[in-house]
Design a protein around this ligand. Structure first.
Ligand SMILES: [Zn+2]
Length: 313
């Protein structure tokens, strides 16, 4: 073999051995995705002055916040699950801008997104749906709250209507209620110019549909409404933030997961099974491997049973 031929052959072999450019693994498990836990929390720039923020919560998947830096201050959509982790979010914002945090949109009223709110500035303006406000009032008054749990910060007032526009100074932000989904008071944060939609917990990226306080069928229509908006990038409340094209594909996949869970539970309910028996016999197909499946599947079965039996208020 001539020398040039040998070099060409070597180059070909090297190309074969070189690792291919891997597409990002589609999973909510950091280790399967190849992201070390030491990389969290992390701030991800989504557009000029718009940032996603991923932090790890137990049992080891991400909780996502969003923040928008306007000329007049910073807007946060969803915090983290404790004063310490929300303080870290505030520190991450400080690393980006000296502007004060002035607005907070309650995408999800659940504790893993709101239990750190006591570290937010006292004079912050909250945007919250009436259903979420009612829930937070109930949570604050709950006599069975764990002793030592962080205080529930109850916003003073709810938004009126299904949409509220916030001008953070040069950037238009819209808080949108597209219907009841994961909490019943679900708000999304829409940036019409940047075509970004932060969906909070109405979008769980490769996390098994979590239905403790959900409205299963209404949730499907909420996702359909979100898919019909003029959006390039959908940002989830749990699971990884994806590149624009994948973010839409994964939202479609999440809608399919919701539909598959509802259909499977309906099938088992029609056989006259108890919820426990249905949980034991259910076949979740490709969603068996999604994060939290073991904990969330029995809850989803009970919730879809309630919906079928007309017990969902
Ligand atoms: Zn959550």
């Amino acid at each position: 073999m001539r020398r040039s031929g040998l070099l060409a052959a070597l180059a070909a072999v090297t190309a074969l051995l070189a690792p291919p450019v891997l597409a990002q693994v589609r999973t909510a498990y950091p280790e399967k995705r190849g992201v070390a836990l030491s990389q969290f929390p992390r701030t991800i720039k989504l557009a000029e002055n718009v940032y996603g923020y991923e932090e790890i919560r137990q049992p080891g998947f991400t909780t996502v916040s969003l923040f928008v830096v306007g000329a007049d201050g910073v807007l946060i959509a969803d915090g983290q699950g404790s004063p310490a982790t929300t303080q870290k979010l505030l520190d991450a914002i400080k690393a980006v801008t000296p502007k004060p945090v002035r607005w907070y949109v309650v995408g999800s009223d659940h504790g893993d997104h709101t239990a750190g709110n006591s570290v937010l500035p006292r004079d912050i303006t909250y945007v919250i749906h009436p259903n979420a406000l009612a829930q937070m009032r109930r949570d604050a008054a709950n006599p069975n709250r764990q002793p030592g749990a962080p205080p529930v910060v109850v916003p003073p007032a709810a938004m009126s209507g299904v949409s509220q526009t916030i001008d953070v100074g040069g950037i238009e932000v819209r808080a949108l209620f597209l219907g009841r989904a994961h909490t019943g008071g679900d708000l999304m944060v829409y940036l019409p110019k940047q075509k970004i939609l932060f969906m909070s917990e109405a979008y769980l990226n490769r996390v098994f549909p979590a239905m403790r306080s959900a409205y299963p069928s209404e949730w499907v229509s909420v996702v359909e409404k979100a898919l019909a908006l003029d959006v390039d990038r959908y940002v989830p409340g749990h699971g990884f933030i994806e590149e624009p094209k994948v973010s839409r594909e994964e939202l479609v996949e999440f809608r399919k997961a919701l539909q598959a869970v509802i259909a499977e539970v309906k099938r088992l309910h029609a056989q006259g099974l108890t919820a426990d028996a249905a949980t034991a016999q259910a076949n979740w197909g490709p969603y068996t491997d999604w994060f939290l499946r073991e904990q969330q599947a029995p809850i989803a079965v009970r919730k879809v049973y309630e919906e079928i039996e007309g017990k969902l208020k």
